[in-house]
Design a protein around this ligand. Structure first.
Ligand SMILES: Nc1ncnc2c1ncn2[C@@H]1O[C@H](COP(=O)(O)OP(=O)(O)OP(=O)(O)O)[C@@H](O)[C@H]1O
Length: 228
């Protein structure tokens, strides 16, 4: 089965690229390919002009899947330190980074709690922290705000915003929440049936009412079949 067709997507430095589209459009599949977890039948990924999928690529990329994957029986700090060991990071700085991430994502008091005892939303936030432990320059997030309460959504959005503006990270993320588009993205794409059917800049200057309306109409058209 062919899931993706003729997708050409460029992620600019210091940018947030938001990918919208109905269930089954192919967003997760595309993200998995970019994260190096799936090999495409054809096509290539280039990083600063170099064709990639080498070991070094994994060091630069951070990937946060839609469904969290954890090591059973490890607490939050241990999950982060275990991941940092896999990346060969210095233990002292990894510990400091773990503390920072847990605090930023509102999980400070859960540092010693094993993951099975965390709520779904807390697991989701820990999942994001894990994807950030090695200071990736490119971050791929599959529905980072899904199933989070309002406060947690704000924590995640604010962290993502700060990563783009202060740490010069490029972020590609998917969402079904149109509020995520407004808050984070500088570029937007809409996928439908394996194709990228719409792409536009969405910078501060581009957030006009008409563009916002067009995005909403296109999103509803591809999701529900409403006339654009
Ligand atoms: N492991 C798999 N094996 C076979 N087909 C798959 C597999 N994973 C996904 N697909 C198919 O690929 C297509 C795209 O799925 P994908 O998960 O990429 O969509 P999505 O846009 O991320 O959807 P959602 O918004 O529901 O997360 C769907 O038709 C799906 O059934």
């Amino acid at each position: 089965m062919q899931v993706l067709r003729n997708i050409n997507l460029t992620l600019a430095p210091k940018s947030g690229f938001c990918l919208l589209g109905p269930n089954g459009a192919g967003k997760t599949t595309l993200l998995k390919i970019l994260a190096g977890l799936l090999i495409p039948d054809s096509g290539f990924i280039f990083l600063r002009g170099e064709k990639v999928h080498s070991g070094n690529y994994r060091q630069i990329i951070g990937y946060c899947p839609q469904t969290p994957i954890f090591w059973k029986n490890l607490n939050c700090t241990e999950q982060l330190l275990f991941m940092s060991d896999l990346y060969g990071l210095n233990r002292k700085s990894a510990r400091a980074k773990s503390e920072y991430l847990l605090k930023t994502l509102g999980l400070e008091e859960k540092a010693k709690t094993i993951v099975q005892r965390l709520s779904g939303g807390m697991q989701k936030r820990l999942n994001l922290a894990i994807s950030l432990i090695h200071d990736p320059k490119i971050l791929i997030l599959d529905e980072p705000t899904a199933n989070l309460d309002m406060e947690s959504k704000e924590l995640v959005r604010s962290l993502i915003n700060s990563l783009v503006t202060n740490d010069e990270v490029s972020i590609l993320y998917t969402t079904h929440d149109l509020e995520d588009v407004d808050l984070i993205s500088s570029e937007i794409g809409i996928m439908s049936k394996g194709n990228l059917v719409f792409q536009s800049e969405f910078s501060e200057y581009g957030k006009s009412e008409s563009l916002r309306k067009k995005i909403k109409d296109l999103y509803l058209y591809h999701t529900r079949g409403d006339e654009p």
